[in-house]
Design a binder for this molecule. Structure first.
Ligand SMILES: [Fe+2]
Ligand SMILES: [Fe+2]
Length: 295
């Protein structure tokens, strides 16, 4: 096990390597600020989104997809905000932007971007399904759950892009030793993808209630806020792995927290039922994937 000091040095070295971390476009940063402000009005938010026509048109296509249940009936950003609400709009705009922030590069042969995004979108859908289930007992926002699920492994893209060689080594290590990738990343690189996600999302001024579920998705007991949401993202990841919706062949499924069933008021039968719902939603994931990757 690493001494705390040497771990700190490694993290600092990696941060130095990550100076080129992508920035969030100004429009998204402004949008996130505006949506946080309870005094913001619909036209103000629409005005910000319309300042970037490429994002605005992708957002409209997402809002009109079958995923939101009112296909082909939303004709303007104003309309979309009124019908879907601020949180959905933030989640759609972020999704549209983040996919384009990491240009495809030479990828480790076993890490495929397409599979990465399908896993991410399905985790978002699974998190949304879980949030709807738990809403009977606790107040959780299903759209925030989608966003946290979608972004949960974002640190892997940073590792792939900026520490390509080491990440490739960590993947091979995890497959050959049958350990989970986050353990192999820690051993080979010194940090795992959740710590890298934290660096990136802090830089993007992500609200803490979204950041914690993402950075604690492999250790939900560490969450001090957004506890249910953190367990939701954790379980969404486990369900996706259970259904074979993962990034690499032969990937070792992450460990399941012993408290997840109790915290999310789940039974084995309920998990199976939610898994079936997710399987039905995979077609939607395909549509979302196509829209997010269109130009
Ligand atoms: Fe992960
Ligand atoms: Fe994952």
């Amino acid at each position: 096990m690493d001494e705390p000091n040497s771990t700190k040095i490694k993290i600092q070295e990696i941060v130095k390597d990550l100076v080129q971390l992508p920035s969030l476009p100004m429009m998204i940063a402004q949008l996130m600020d505006k949506i946080k402000d309870p005094k913001s009005s619909v036209p103000e938010v629409a005005h910000i989104i319309e300042s970037d026509m490429a994002i605005a048109s992708k957002l409209l296509r997402l809002a009109n997809s079958a995923f939101y249940g009112i296909p082909n009936s939303i004709s303007s950003i104003n309309n979309a905000i009124v019908l879907l609400g601020f949180n959905v709009i933030r989640s759609l705009a972020l999704s549209a932007v983040v996919v384009k922030l990491f240009p495809d590069q030479k990828q480790p042969p076993v890490f495929q971007r397409e599979k990465f995004w399908k896993h991410a979108i399905c985790c978002g859908l699974a998190a949304k399904i879980l949030a709807k289930h738990i809403r009977k007992y606790k107040m959780v926002d299903s759209e925030e759950a989608f966003c946290a699920g979608l972004m949960h492994d974002i640190g892997k893209l940073v590792l792939e892009q900026f520490l390509h060689f080491e990440f490739d080594k960590a993947i091979n290590e995890s497959i050959s030793t049958r350990t989970h990738l986050f353990e192999a990343e820690k051993k080979i690189i010194g940090v795992d993808h959740t710590e890298v996600s934290e660096l990136l999302l802090k830089r993007w001024n992500f609200p803490l209630e979204l950041l914690v579920p993402i950075t604690c998705h492999h250790a939900p007991e560490k969450a001090s806020i957004s506890i249910e949401m953190t367990y939701i993202v954790h379980m969404a990841d486990i369900i996706c792995h259970g259904l074979g919706i993962n990034v690499m062949d032969n990937e070792v499924a992450p460990p399941t927290s012993p408290r997840v069933m109790e915290i999310l008021s789940l039974t084995e039968e309920k998990v199976e039922e939610l898994g079936d719902q997710l399987n039905d939603a995979v077609k939607e994931a395909q549509d979302i994937f196509k829209i997010l990757h269109s130009t």
